[in-house]
Design a protein around this ligand. Structure first.
Ligand code: BGC
Length: 271
């Protein structure tokens, strides 16, 4: 079965139809630059252009680099502030009538890695960290996503961690891979101390150069590079659109509804 996946990033909007049984792109991805300023109307038009490139009219899954609750963006650390409180799924749905599901970009990449990549069949606590313009995180327990963790914004040494240890920070400060790995080690050590994961998957733009820095990381948890790399967001978005939001409370775990207390008097009849 095929579903369309779109990865909305700060610099590019990429998409392709995805074979969701195999976890592979069904056609080479198509990319357009993210319009600047990246305001809702301009971005949704570009998303529609990416989808139209393939003549696709069916369901679409889309990633977004912010907290997404019920399709609505709640933060905007690395995107235009005009998105905060915008119904991203609704805005995109107005140009994509086949239906749209939206989730956080790191969550999408994590879902793809857990299903088809480095986290496949791995139980316990797994954290995927994406190093790009910011630091995104996806947290899993026995393969189940805990959505919208924003652990890239942990405060370390008085700084927002992503300002120091993202891939953008490496480029901005012109750091060698070894020096940057020291910052990443400090960041991952903070994560470890708080969550004690069983596996850390390193993804995002930096994961393509994993051989340059993985050996310099010094943490106790097992670390592996992401396997789907550039395609993880697209594949994860398509999967999310296909299976729906698995993280919504199911009936069995909803709090029981309180019944009004019985008003029957002792030994008497209900009034
Ligand atoms: C955002 C996250 C996002 C990450 C990667 C962070 O700045 O707060 O929501 O997942 O960047 O794009």
């Amino acid at each position: 079965m095929q579903v369309f996946g779109v990865d909305i990033g700060g610099t590019g909007i990429k998409g392709a139809p995805v074979d969701i049984d195999e976890g592979k792109l069904a056609a080479p991805r198509f990319r357009l630059p993210t319009p600047q300023p990246a305001e809702p109307a301009a971005v949704s038009k570009t998303v529609a252009d990416v989808v139209a490139h393939f003549g696709w009219t069916g369901a679409v899954g889309a990633t977004f680099p912010a907290v997404i609750k019920g399709g609505v963006a709640r933060t905007a650390a690395n995107v235009d502030p005009g998105w905060v409180n915008t119904d991203v799924a609704g805005v995109l749905g107005s140009v994509l009538p086949g239906g749209v599901a939206v989730l956080n970009d790191a969550d999408a990449a994590g879902v793809a890695e857990m299903t088809f990549g480095a986290g496949r069949d791995v139980g316990g606590v797994v954290i995927m960290t994406t190093f790009g313009t910011g630091i995104g995180t996806a947290l899993f327990l026995h393969g189940q996503l805990v959505p919208n963790t924003e652990l890239g914004h942990l405060e370390i040494g008085g700084h927002d961690a992503e300002m120091k240890a993202s891939d953008a920070a490496r480029e901005r400060d012109d750091l060698s891979w070894e020096k940057w790995a020291k910052r990443v080690t400090r960041y991952l050590s903070a994560l470890e101390a708080l969550l004690w994961p069983d596996l850390i998957i390193i993804g995002g733009g930096a994961s393509r150069k994993a051989d340059r820095f993985l050996d310099h990381l010094d943490v106790r948890t097992k670390i592996v590079p992401a396997q789907l790399q550039n395609e993880a967001g697209i594949v994860g978005a398509a999967l999310f659109a296909a299976v729906g939001d698995q993280t919504r409370p199911k009936a069995a775990v909803r709090p029981p509804r309180r019944r009004p207390p019985a008003t029957r008097p002792p030994g008497g009849r209900r009034p």
